[in-house]
Design a protein around this ligand. Structure first.
Ligand SMILES: Cc1cc2nc3c(=O)[nH]c(=O)nc-3n(C[C@H](O)[C@H](O)[C@H](O)COP(=O)(O)OP(=O)(O)OC[C@H]3O[C@@H](n4cnc5c(N)ncnc54)[C@H](O)[C@@H]3O)c2cc1C
Length: 404
């Protein structure tokens, strides 16, 4: 049976992809999501849903589900050399504020929630990916790794910072800017001594160790270290898991505090994920019938605290503009006009971030500790808020409610 419904192929089943499918279905599109991984990837740590992203989650009717699944993190504490707390920032209580946002959820839990909301209305294909795209006046012919070929009206790449779909269409045009920091994430056992603060510890050599609570009775740990930004290629780690473990053992062997425990935890963890932190600076987000959304288009990096909010907002605006225009070219222009200033602001990190939070020398660590101690006092508290609060509201969110 043929229908007049337009068919959209989305690459990537994480945050941006399923959120886009949700909205496109509401506006009468047929959606298919192709995901490279054999099953939904549930790893990752806390992500913030702030400002406009939170408003979009409200309009999707999932704000309460996100709140029910929050990590329970009560705020951020900086830990000194002796293990004592040197400064603390309680969780934000507004839509946008604070290092710990009021709405924080594990990335995997949010992805699962978005997929569960779209699984009846979107065709999910795991373990496959796009290997060829040829657009013409009427549509796009797509080749898949499994050897099939199919026609779609539009294709959207939502496959993250290292998007291979983006590379097929744009070549090396978008610049991926390394921020000179490598971060590894893993889930480790919780102990009786753990609490519900995000604990942050600095070691000399530009290294940091963090521990965060989750709602599943485990602890989410990170190990980060400063790298040579001119040589690092931003994106997910290409070394094997065993190579990553070895590298972390070498770099963090003498880091102190809970580093030994995290290294032991990483040996047993099955979700170790390492990435070289960076941003995607793409001069345009569409070409013909192919568009980019989320990290594939405008990754702001985990240190911005804005990746998930940008993805939710971008998916909402892209779908809304497609529903509002007959011609996809007008829709893509509208999407970029509305989102571009918001993205530009989100990508402007506070001066020195992320290196300022990962000092190289003991003297630098002491200076950083003194700065956060001052910023955490009630008198200067607003300074701390400014440092940690990204521009999550800096967009006039259009209302597309009349369209679907
Ligand atoms: C496993 C994982 C863990 C993460 N952990 C954190 C974290 O701890 N903290 C944080 O701030 N951010 C984390 N992120 C990034 C965060 O999810 C994004 O910054 C943000 O939510 C935007 O999401 P996105 O959907 O645009 O891209 P992403 O979340 O990066 O998702 C991209 C999706 O596309 C899939 N994919 C990649 N290439 C292809 C391809 N060629 N074809 C089909 N599918 C493809 C990936 O498997 C993934 O499911 C993580 C991402 C992943 C994938």
């Amino acid at each position: 049976m043929s229908t007049d419904r337009k068919r959209v192929l989305i690459s990537g089943a994480s945050i941006a992809g399923p959120a886009l499918a949700y909205w496109l279905h509401r506006y009468g599109y047929d959606t298919t999501i192709v995901e490279r991984a054999p099953e939904l990837r549930t790893g990752g740590q806390n992500v913030d849903v702030r400002g406009a992203g939170r408003e979009v989650s409200r309009r999707m009717g999932i704000e309460d589900d996100i709140r029910a699944a929050t990590t329970g993190e009560v705020g951020t504490r900086f830990i000194g050399r002796s293990g004592s707390v040197i400064a603390e920032f309680p969780a934000g209580t507004s839509d946008s504020g604070g290092a710990t946002a009021e709405l924080e959820i594990l990335r995997g839990d949010l992805a699962q929630l978005l997929v569960s909301r779209t699984t009846d209305t979107t065709e999910y294909r795991f373990g496959d990916r796009i290997t060829g795209i040829a657009g013409d006046g009427d549509g796009v012919t797509v080749q898949f790794e499994r050897g099939t070929e199919e026609r779609f009206d539009l294709v959207v790449a939502a496959d993250g910072i290292g998007s291979s779909t983006r590379r097929l269409v744009f070549g090396d045009e978008p610049q991926i800017r390394s921020l000179g920091l490598e971060t590894s994430y893993a889930t480790i056992p919780r102990t009786a001594a753990d609490d519900d603060w995000w604990r942050w510890y600095n070691a000399p050599g530009g290294r940091s160790v963090t521990l965060r609570p989750d709602p599943h009775g485990t602890i989410r740990a990170t190990l980060s270290f400063v790298t040579d930004r001119t040589r690092e290629r931003a994106g997910s780690e290409r070394r094997t898991i065993e190579e990553q473990r070895r590298r972390l053992r070498t770099v963090f062997a003498d880091a102190g505090w809970e580093a030994g425990r995290v290294l032991a935890g990483i040996d047993a963890a099955d979700d170790l994920y390492s990435e070289s932190i960076g941003q995607v600076r793409a001069p345009r987000w569409s070409d013909g019938r192919v568009a980019l959304v989320g990290d594939a288009a405008y990754c702001a990096s985990p240190v911005s605290g804005m990746g998930t909010s940008l993805s939710l907002t971008g998916a909402y605006v892209l779908a809304g503009e497609l529903a509002a225009h007959v011609d996809h070219r007008d829709a893509f222009r509208g999407y970029e006009r509305i989102m571009r200033p918001y993205v530009t602001q989100a990508q402007q990190l506070p001066p020195g971030v992320p290196r300022v939070a990962n000092p190289k020398s003991r003297l630098g660590i002491a200076a950083f500790g003194a700065a956060v101690r001052v910023a955490s006092t009630p008198v200067i508290g607003r300074l701390g808020d400014r440092f940690f609060t990204p521009p999550a509201d800096a967009i006039d969110l259009p209302d597309y409610a009349h369209l679907g």
